[in-house]
Write a protein that binds this ligand. Structure first.
Ligand code: ADP
Ligand code: MG
Length: 701
């Protein structure tokens, strides 16, 4: 919205005033004309259709009925006093009830007259009923009047606002005034050639129609136009900043040297998969162009992302640079440390670990060796980007599960060097393509879409409580073969007490079913001291115990190839990505692995879909897609700090196709005109600059 008019404080709109303005700001974050215009209806009430009384169903949100009033009477005493009327059409009877303002309403009712009734239908004693209907005496003119022949907008409001007559109806009135006054100032923010190419509705018309649709077709066009605009501007912004990043100078890692070669030929215990080779090549190309790399590495659990990251780091070391891996939690940092240490072996290259628990003394030593450049590989948590940690020449940074880090922290890393380090972001679990386009739209994306050869797909089954004995039997059978078993309980955030009780009860059952000395059990939960946790885990790692009973703390913690059975208790309580993560703890060795999902008999619709999905597929990308559809982007990790949630009209799940189209199109625009300096694209520069647009730009890097 380019015109200044839209920045006018909402208090100045006729019918608002200062106290309502205050409330609008507090309750709906509406403080300017523009904000109000962008408060779109959340649905439309179809007032084009009249229902016959016999067709009224209780689950209809609203119905409009043409009926003749037959009689009315006052019923009840005092508090239960109510006005009840009856109306009929040629198919049935509907009862109308009022509990408030009944004296006044009583006076307006005229038996024998026909009315247009509108309201939410209900049923009482098998009879159709409507409480506090909107009523208007029937006349041919009344039918023609706008309110009754079009889709009526419904706006989100709040209890507070309703007290100041700013319910949906009240907001609708304000909107009408505002549009009347400003529609002429709504200017186009997309170039004409794009409007024509995609046959988009004019912007002002779209605003008019999304609030007050002329008809259903116009409404659809309006919504489409505004969705397009929203996604288009978001992608324009993201791809522009991607271009912008690419203008950052990057260190050139010209050669592959000893570290890489030595590792590749003599250390790597397995052949790389084709997907790993492909991604390594992509990275290799990026880091010798003299432009800073910003790349997202996506791959399923166990697809071997860490090796790829390590090998890229070795190239950096070969070129005289320092590298680091930054993980979101201490457990994960530790795990990476162990994995990397194991892969490189002793004496090959030193690997440092820096987390919150690193002692002051060790820390000082690390700092010194980072500053003088001796230490080449550092693994840790946030601790490694603190200001006091200085590197001599940090050249390559791997960020694991970046979405928990946030964009600012990524930026902080860049300042660790004159020439910013190359950045490789790894996601813990795959995220759907369209979400990645928006969450990480400013990054290049690499995908490892293949698991190492010889991995047997994990067999997953879903058992109900009455199959528990079967589950126990199966565990015994696998343990007899020398395998180990995880049993995981959900962590209920709201109640730690309940958690422990759950775990305790479960453990008791387990201990009875799997008695000493034949069976030994490790128990790990969040309340244990770190040392005790480590002790218990170690017993399991060493094979001293065959069963590990745990809360979800093991989710990201361990890698034990001999553990081939994962039992998940109350599996219906877990989210899909969490289930997939947990299942990824097994299937790491050569043996056939299993995952048993235990659940209650009663499942919610979503719960059923989740468990079925797990049984049906091992593919993390497919699971992520389903997860997104079930939960929407708001509950997917990483979305909170992105612009995705601020989308007002478009929906990342249902508008995937449009998103892809738009992104591709924006790409071609930048290919032809990277600066957006062609005359026909100047308007786009303006659109990028203008604030608002329903998107929190400042939150996107
Ligand atoms: P991710 O981080 O993608 O979940 P990891 O990098 O932790 O996966 O790898 C999972 C396991 O697979 C590790 O034990 C790793 O050593 C092993 N691995 C990685 N690449 C291969 C490969 N090409 N062939 C066989 N095993 C591999
Ligand atoms: Mg990993």
């Amino acid at each position: 919205m380019t015109s200044q008019v839209f920045q006018t404080p909402i208090a100045y709109l006729k019918g608002v005033g200062s106290s309502r303005a205050e409330l609008l700001k507090k309750e709906l974050q509406i403080s300017t004309f523009e904000d109000l215009l962008n408060h779109f209806p959340y649905k439309y009430i179809d007032r084009t259709r009249f229902y016959k009384i016999k067709d009224i169903q209780p689950d209809l949100p609203y119905v409009q009925v043409l009926a003749r009033l037959t009689k009315f009477e006052m019923l009840g005493e005092k508090h239960s006093k109510r006005l009840v009327a009856q109306a009929i059409d040629d198919t049935g009877i509907i009862e109308l009830v009022w509990f408030q303002g009944i004296k006044w309403i009583e006076k307006t009712l005229a038996p024998g007259k026909a009315y247009i009734l509108f309201g939410k239908p209900g049923f009482f004693n098998g009879k159709a009923q409507m409480a506090h209907p909107e009523m208007e005496p029937y006349s041919p003119e009344a039918l023609q009047r706008k309110g009754n022949v079009t889709l009526q907008p419904a706006y989100n409001s709040t209890e507070k606002l309703k007290q100041f007559s700013l319910d949906s109806k009240g907001l609708q009135k304000l909107m009408a005034v505002l549009l009347e006054q400003t529609a002429k100032d709504i200017t186009e923010n997309l170039p004409l050639y794009i409007i024509n190419h995609f046959r988009l509705m004019d912007r002002a018309e779209a605003y008019r129609n999304i609030h007050f649709p002329e008809d259903a077709a116009k409404l659809n066009e309006a919504i489409h136009r505004l969705k397009f605009e929203e996604l288009f501007l978001l992608q324009l912004k993201l791809l522009k900043s991607k271009l912008h990043h690419q203008k950052f100078k990057g260190n050139i890692f010209a050669s592959v040297g000893n570290y890489f070669n030595e590792f590749y030929h003599h250390k790597l215990p397995f052949p790389l998969t084709n997907a790993q080779i492909k991604v390594l090549k992509e990275i290799r190309q990026d880091i010798q162009r003299g432009v800073q790399m910003n790349r997202l590495l996506q791959g399923d659990v166990g697809s071997g992302k860490t090796v790829v990251a390590l090998m890229s780091m070795l190239i950096a070391v070969d070129n005289g640079f320092q590298t680091c891996i930054m993980a979101p939690t201490e457990i994960l940092a530790n795990q990476h440390y162990q994995t990397v240490k194991e892969l490189v072996g002793d004496d090959f290259i030193e690997v440092g670990l820096l987390t919150g628990s690193t002692s002051q003394k060790a820390r000082r030593a690390l700092h010194e060796r980072l500053e003088n450049g001796e230490l080449k590989i550092l693994i840790g948590t946030h601790a490694l980007i603190e200001d006091k940690v200085q590197y001599q020449n940090l050249g390559f940074v791997v960020i694991d599960e970046q979405h928990r880090f946030g964009v600012e922290q990524r930026a902080k890393l860049w300042r660790k060097n004159n020439i910013p380090p190359h950045v490789l972001v790894m996601t813990a679990t795959p995220i759907p393509r369209t979400l990645a386009m928006t969450l990480y739209g400013d990054l290049d994306i690499s995908v490892i879409d293949e698991l190492p050869a010889g991995r047997k797909p994990i067999k997953t089954v879903h058992f109900y409580e009455n199959q528990r004995l079967r589950m126990f039997g199966f565990m015994k059978q696998e343990i007899a073969k020398g395998r180990q078993v995880y049993v995981v309980y959900p962590l209920i955030k709201e109640s730690e007490k309940l958690d422990l009780k759950n775990l305790k009860d479960g453990t008791e059952v387990m201990a009875r079913e799997f008695p000493l000395p034949q069976y030994r059990i490790s128990i790990v939960h969040g309340k244990l001291k770190a040392a005790d946790k480590q002790f218990e885990m170690n017993r399991f790692v060493k094979g001293e115990t065959q069963i590990m009973v745990a809360t979800t703390v093991i989710e990201v913690g361990v890698n034990i190839p001999n553990a081939s059975v994962m039992v998940i208790e109350n599996a219906e309580r877990f989210g899909l990505s969490q289930l997939h993560q947990l299942r990824g703890r097994v299937g790491r060795g050569a043996e056939q692995s299993f995952c048993i999902l235990m659940s209650h008999d009663k499942l919610s619709q979503d719960g059923r879909v989740r468990l079925n999905t797990m049984v049906k597929t091992n593919n993390g990308f497919e699971i992520a897609e389903t997860d997104l559809q079930l939960r929407g982007p708001g509950n997917i990790e990483g979305t909170q700090q992105s612009g995705v949630l601020d989308l007002k009209v478009a929906n990342i799940v249902t508008d995937q196709e449009l998103l892809v189209t738009v992104r591709n199109y924006v790409q071609t625009i930048f290919e032809k005109d990277p600066q957006l300096s062609h005359p026909e694209n100047l308007v786009l520069n303006e659109s990028l600059k203008s604030k608002g647009e329903g998107l929190a730009w400042n939150k996107i890097s």
